[in-house]
Design a protein around this ligand. Structure first.
Ligand code: PLP
Length: 406
C-alpha cells in the first residue's frame, strides 16, 4: 500500500502558510522537520489536561504525567529495539547525548594517550565534545577520511585503530552529503578490537529502521525535532553495563538516591542521567511523533523519500553548472550543491524570496567544507510532506536565480 501524500500534507498546518505572498515550500527538514497536528495536539493536551511534574507529586495530575512520560520510554525502547527501558535516557537532543557520553564515559574510561576516532563528515556536535575531551585528558583525536564522492574509507580503520583506541563516534547519515554510512561494518571492526562505538543517529533515525541490538552499538543518540517531534528533546541509548559504570553527568534533583552534607548516592538507571525536572511535555510530544512515524511506516517513508531523492538529483543535475556534493551509492534524502560561482547565501536569499526554505552555509560541518575546499553549500533535505511538484518549482526557481546571478 502506498502512502497518500496529500492526506499527510494536511497533517502539517504550517504548509498552508505563505511567505512573501508565496506558498511556503519547506526543504529544510534536516535542520528541523515540521510537526504534524498529532504532535501539536499531544503537547497542548499536556498543558491543558494533565499538567504535573513527573516522579515528584503524589497528586493525580503528577501521576498522570509520570505515566505518560514513562510510557514514551517504552515507545523509544521499542522504536530502536533496545534490550531494556533503563537504557533509554531522555536528553534535550543529540548534542546533549554526545556531551553526556564525552563527559561521563570520557571521565571514567579515557586517560592520557588514549585515542578517539571520528570521521571527516561529522557535524560539529560530534567533533567538538571529543576535542574538548581530548584536551581535558591529553587524549588523541583521529579522523577517518572520505573519498570525493562522500563515502568513508572504512578500510582505513585497520590503520587508525590501535591498542590505545577507546571509542569511535560516527554518524549514521551525513547531514551535508546524505551518505548512509556502513555503521554495521564499522561497529564490527571496532568490536573486534575491543573499541566502543557511539552512533550519531540525528540524521538517520527518521529515515532508517534502527535496531540497536542488531547493530550492537554501545551508544546511540538522536533528536526529536528532526523526526517530526518537538524541540528540546532527544534520547541517548547506552548499553546498561556501560551506563551503570559511568558517573553522573548533570546533577541535582531526581538523579539522586540519598543526599546528605557528607555526600550523595545516586539513583538507578535511567534516572541517574536525568537530573532536574524532565522536559516531560516534549518527551510526551516525542511519543506522539514516534506513533506518527510508526502509523505511516518507516519503510514507506524511506521508500517515498528515496523516490524524491532520485527525482530531485536527476532534475538538479540538468541545471548548467550544477555541482552536487555527496554522490554515495547509499544516500538519504539530503542534497548539497553549488551552481557555477554563485555564493550559497545569494542562492539561498533568492530562493527565500520565492518562498523556498533551504539551508545555506557550512551546515555545522566546517572540516568537511575544508575537505572540499568550499565555504558552504546550498542544502535541500526532503521529508514525507514534500512532493515532486515542489521539486519542479525549486528547479525553476534555481534556474531563475542562475539567470539573474549567473
Ligand atoms: N548530528 C548531526 C548529524 C546533525 O545533523 C545534528 C544537527 O543538525 C546534530 C548532530 C545535532 O543535533 P541537535 O542540534 O538537535 O542536538
Amino acid at each position: 500500500m502506498s502512502i497518500d501524500i496529500q492526506t499527510i500534507r494536511k497533517d502539517f498546518p504550517i504548509l498552508e502558510k505563505q511567505v512573501y505572498g508565496k506558498p511556503y515550500i519547506y526543504f529544510d527538514s534536516a535542520a528541523t522537520t515540521l510537526r504534524p497536528v498529532q504532535v501539536l495536539n499531544a503537547v497542548t493536551k499536556i498543558y491543558t489536561e494533565f499538567n504535573g511534574n513527573p516522579h515528584r507529586g503524589s497528586h493525580y495530575m503528577s501521576n498522570q504525567t509520570t505515566l505518560a512520560y514513562e510510557n514514551v520510554r517504552d515507545k523509544v525502547q521499542k522504536f530502536i529495539n533496545a534490550p531494556t527501558r533503563e537504557e533509554i535516557i531522555f536528553t534535550k537532543g543529540a548534542t546533549e547525548g554526545i556531551n553526556l557520553v564525552a563527559y561521563s564515559f570520557g571521565d571514567a574510561f579515557i586517560t592520557e594517550g588514549d585515542e578517539i576516532i571520528i570521521s571527516e563528515m561529522e557535524h560539529h556536535a560530534n567533533i567538538v565534545p571529543w576535542q574538548l575531551l581530548a584536551q581535558r585528558k591529553k587524549a588523541i583525536l583521529k579522523v577517518l577520511p572520505i573519498i570525493d564522492k562522500g563515502e568513508l574509507i572504512v578500510s582505513e580503520l585497520d590503520n587508525l585503530i590501535t591498542p590505545k583506541t577507546k571509542l569511535i563516534a560516527i554518524n549514521m547519515v551525513s547531514n551535508v552529503l546524505g551518505t548512509v554510512n556502513p555503521i554495521q561494518d564499522i561497529i564490527e571492526k571496532a568490536h573486534a578490537k575491543n573499541v566502543k562505538v557511539l552512533i550519531d543517529a540525528a540524521q538517520g533515525i527518521q529515515h532508517i529502521k534502527t535496531d540497536v541490538q542488531k547493530l550492537d552499538c554501545d551508544f546511540l543518540v538522536f533528536s526529536g525535532h528532526k523526526m517530526y517531534g518537538p524541540t528540546g528533546v532527544g534520547c541517548l541509548y547506552g548499553k546498561k553495563e556501560l551506563l551503570d559504570a559511568m558517573p553522573p553527568f548533570l546533577s541535582g534533583g531526581e538523579m539522586i538516591d540519598k543526599v546528605s552534607f557528607k555526600g550523595t548516592t545516586f539513583n538507578k538507571l535511567p534516572y541517574k542521567f536525568e537530573a532536574g525536572t524532565p522536559n516531560f511535555t516534549e518527551v510526551i510530544g516525542l511519543g506522539a511523533a514516534i506513533d506518527y512515524v510508526n502509523n505511516i511506516g518507516l519503510d514507506k517513508i524511506a521508500a517515498y523519500e528515496h523516490e524524491l531523492l532520485e527525482y530531485a538529483s536527476l532534475k538538479l543535475k540538468q541545471i548548467d553548472g550544477m555541482r552536487i556534493f555527496g554522490e554515495a551509492i547509499s544516500k538519504a534524502s539530503v542534497i548539497s550543491f553549488l551552481v557555477g560561482s554563485i555564493h550559497p547565501y545569494d542562492m539561498g536569499m533568492f530562493l527565500d524570496k520565492m518562498g523556498f526554505a533551504v539551508r545555506t552555509g557550512h551546515h555545522c560541518a566546517e572540516p568537511l567544507m575544508d575537505r572540499y575546499r568550499i565555504s558552504g553549500t546550498v542544502r535541500i533535505s526532503l521529508a514525507i510532506y514534500n512532493t515532486k511538484e515542489e521539486i519542479d518549482q525549486l528547479v525553476d526557481a534555481i534556474k531563475k536565480t542562475v539567470a539573474i546571478l549567473g
